[in-house]
Write a protein that binds this ligand. Sequence first.
Ligand SMILES: O=P(O)(O)O[C@H]1O[C@H](CO)[C@@H](O)[C@H]1O
Length: 291
Amino acid sequence: MFPESNSGYSYEDCKATADWLLAQTDIRPAVGVVCGSGLGGLADMLKDQVAFNYKDIPNFPQSTVHGHAGRLVFGTLKGRPCVCMQGRFHLYEGYPIQKITLPMRIFKLLGVETVILTNAAGGLNQDFKVGDIMIMKDHLNMPGFAGNNPLAGPNDERFGVRFPCMSDAYDRELQQLAMDVGQELGYADFLKEGVYCVLGGPSFETIAECRMLQKLGADAVGMSTVHEAIVARHCGIRVFALSLITNQAVTDYDSEEKANHEEVLQIGKLRAEQLERLVSTMVTRIEHNFA
Ligand SMILES: O=P(O)(O)O[C@H]1O[C@H](CO)[C@@H](O)[C@H]1O
């Protein structure tokens, strides 16, 4: 099964896509940003944009989810060259896991050194409120427990080692930077940190599942990000990730709450401006990436 599942996403395929993109723009991004559900406005921060629809990029998958525009946007953020995925791919869209993480390898070949991954997530931690921004300090990879890991299959050493370490998956300096920037911007009341758990989706969690995830130490739950973080770390990209808590996971059988994607997108809109300010300020402070 492995050789087939990897076909079409080889080093050469990734290189061909990266070279195609590099031939269309002079922008040489050091930072890559992935916009979560409803957070596509982050890409609009970029100046001097050169944008590509995913359908026009060789080897790229298509966005199929509402709230994920399906555009790769190059541009500058306060003078810093960046590339931004306005829309990401999820396991539940039916793509092989290697395909949904392909953009991380293309980022690497474009010269990206740091990725900022964003997502919308359900809050499991009882101290979290809707609208909180959670800095990811770690993850629980549920599909990975069942063998669905983006690095399964033949390993190409040109990207990274067979058994990459994940105890340092989320860069601690960048977490501290986010905390510092958040404090400066006056976000202390809604800036949290915690562990994100990825599930396959697309169904939202049952009450029993949410209770189980809480016991396992998860603070937030979603259907993305972790696969991208693993592939980015494998090829040596620094990773910073944050979750916007768009709903409280339901853990009480008397609750009338029902998770739904419309609410997820709605909360994204409400916090968009603060998220943009947090991310853009961080980008300007990651000095050594822009030598
Ligand atoms: O993780 P992002 O892409 O932000 O999307 C989140 O929002 C969707 C559910 O509303 C799911 O796809 C979940 O993963």
